[in-house]
Design a protein around this ligand. Structure first.
Ligand SMILES: Nc1ncnc2c1ncn2[C@@H]1O[C@H](COP(=O)(O)OP(=O)(O)OP(=O)(O)O)[C@@H](O)[C@H]1O
Ligand SMILES: O=P(O)(O)OC[C@H]1O[C@H](OP(=O)(O)OP(=O)(O)O)[C@H](O)[C@@H]1O
Ligand SMILES: O=C(O)c1cccnc1
Length: 495
């Protein structure tokens, strides 16, 4: 299998759910080629019972849209699909429409690495309804998983209190491209490095590695194994102490560290991968300090997550760095973000005004927010975000100092500070609006945003909800539309 950068995929337009294509055909056949839609991608609950999520994957949207071309091969494949009831699934005239079709979408998104909160649009997609539908699955695939991983990693990095965290997750990740996405999102969220060499090559993320238990087991003795590794990798030597017995491992590593000093080299670190990591790291630190080797760092791994790391520091463990694999790559204990893509406005053609639409639900929290939306994030004088207000694009804000709660229309919040537009244009009529600013910029943005986040929202246990509300006019519109829907008024269609 040859793996290429998934941000520059070749078969991207078939990386979708079949229904997107059958709906596209239906819209096309119904004469709705010119009809336009506005969709928002958002999630309803913060992952991991936390107070925030880290927006991620948005830096790859422009690549996705620009690469979304149905090639002759793609069309040939679709032409060969048979409907279960007999006959071709797609009409040849529709397939001719798709061949070399380009998406005429305009997309705004929360900048990668920025914080994002429930129900506000993290990506807003506008354009022909067919194109909006065609991009749905690939877009959600891109932002849902990376936002989830980035959020998980930000939590792990927070628990590590400035000590480097390396992504060790590839072997446990959900497939090869899942492993790449984990490395990318983790780096944006603050991981120092990854063990994934392909991620290093593609994204320029620093790569890091130690050695496995098999290395020690392959030599006649642990001491032989440590000596051989020190000889072979003298400039990046990290010795794994727990293949047999950590006490003996410490002694052997000290012997090799002394031998390295005589050869003008330095043992960089040791790694412990089992047992009581607090107790063993304390014993290791004491032994190395006593041996005059205070510079040798202690790295640990073994099913770590934000909670075990927090606990290790609470126990006074003198740990310098962490390798975090399974629980990061699989986003334990929440394997999906649950981000959705919902229609919020329609119009018959690009020159017509938008008609807001709403989806009602038995469950009030699932009722959608209508209209073409934008988000104002309010910052206090220290540059810390205090609240987000969802407004209607192109409409004046009735009262910039007050917003209505999303779930409870009778509750409102006072707003103060300076409002700043949260969404930024990433794609304009199918072309990148600007070069994505890259993962280093996203990483810096994430670091700054997390630093400025209210600690009451950032904490793991029972975080305070960050206020997200509706501008007065939007709240009224939502109320009126819900009322009309319940009264059974006729709804406009995209045509
Ligand atoms: N001091 C500690 N406090 C809290 N959790 C810890 C501590 N030390 C290790 N852990 C965590 O406890 C979990 C289980 O560790 P445990 O020592 O039981 O398993 P193990 O060492 O992998 O077992 P085995 O010896 O069979 O390999 C791991 O997730 C590990 O990160
Ligand atoms: O514990 P995680 O957070 O998932 O981190 C990755 C794990 O992968 C390796 O174990 P594995 O048993 O696969 O190989 P090894 O023999 O090299 O330890 C490594 O030693 C870590 O324990
Ligand atoms: O380099 C390591 O120590 C490593 C890499 C991946 C998984 N476990 C350990």
């Amino acid at each position: 299998m040859s793996l290429t950068d998934p941000t520059r995929p070749t078969d991207v337009c078939l990386n979708t759910d079949l229904y997107e294509l059958t709906m596209a055909q239906g819209f096309w056949e119904s004469g709705l080629v010119d009809s336009q839609a506005c969709f928002n991608a958002f999630f309803r609950e913060n992952p991991f019972d936390g107070g925030y999520a880290v927006a991620c994957g948005m830096g790859q949207i422009a690549d996705l849209v620009e690469n979304f071309v149905f090639t002759d091969e793609d069309v040939e494949y679709l032409a060969g699909l048979e409907a279960p009831g007999g006959g071709p699934m797609f009409k040849s005239s529709f397939l001719e429409y798709l061949r070399n079709h380009r998406l005429d979408l305009t997309i705004d998104a929360v900048p990668e690495g920025e914080l994002v909160f429930p129900r506000e649009p993290m990506v807003r997609v506008m354009g022909p309804v067919i194109d909006c539908q065609l991009i749905e699955t690939a877009l959600l695939n891109l932002v849902n998983f990376q936002t989830l991983v980035a959020t998980k990693c930000a939590r792990v990095v927070r628990a590590a209190e400035g000590h480097p965290v390396s992504d060790f997750g590839l072997r446990r990740a959900q497939g090869p491209d899942g492993g790449l996405a984990v490395a990318r999102a983790s780096y944006i969220a603050g991981a120092a490095s990854t063990s994934n060499v392909l991620a290093g090559k593609i994204y320029g993320i620093p790569v890091f590695g130690t050695h496995a238990h098999s290395w020690v087991m392959a030599f006649p003795s642990e001491l032989d194994a440590f000596r051989a590794f020190a000889k072979s990798s003298p400039k990046n030597c990290v010795l794994l102490l727990d293949t047999y017995d950590v006490r003996q491992g410490i002694k052997n590593a000290i012997t090799v560290a002394k031998e390295m000093e005589q050869a003008g080299e330095r043992l960089a670190a040791i790694r412990i991968d089992s047992g009581d990591l607090a107790r063993l790291s304390k014993q290791t630190r004491a032994a190395f300090d006593e041996a005059g080797l205070p510079y040798v760092k202690i790295s640990v791994s073994n099913d770590l997550d934000e909670y075990t790391i927090q606990s290790l520091f609470a126990q006074g463990a003198p740990i310098d760095s962490f390798g975090v694999g399974t629980k990061l790559a699989t986003c334990d204990p929440q394997p999906s973000l649950g981000g959705v893509y919902k229609l919020s406005a329609i119009r018959g053609g690009a020159a017509e005004p938008w008609t807001p639409v709403i989806k009602l639900s038995e469950q009030a929290y699932k009722r959608t927010i209508p209209g073409v939306q934008r988000v104002l994030r309010y910052y206090d004088d220290a540059g810390c975000p205090t609240a987000d207000m969802i407004c209607l694009e192109g409409q004046p804000v009735a009262d910039p100092s007050r917003m209505t709660d999303i779930l409870d229309p009778f509750a409102s919040y006072e707003l103060s500070g300076t409002p700043v537009e949260l969404l930024e244009r990433v794609v304009e009529h199918g072309r990148r609006a600007k070069e994505p600013d890259g993962i280093e910029a996203a990483r810096d943005r994430c670091k700054g945003a997390l630093m400025r986040l209210d600690p009451a929202v950032a904490r793991f246990l029972n975080p305070q909800a960050y206020p997200v509300g509706l501008e007065g006019g939007l709240a009224q519109l939502r109320h009126d539309l819900a009322h009309e829907e319940r009264a059974g008024s006729s709804r406009p269609t995209v045509g």
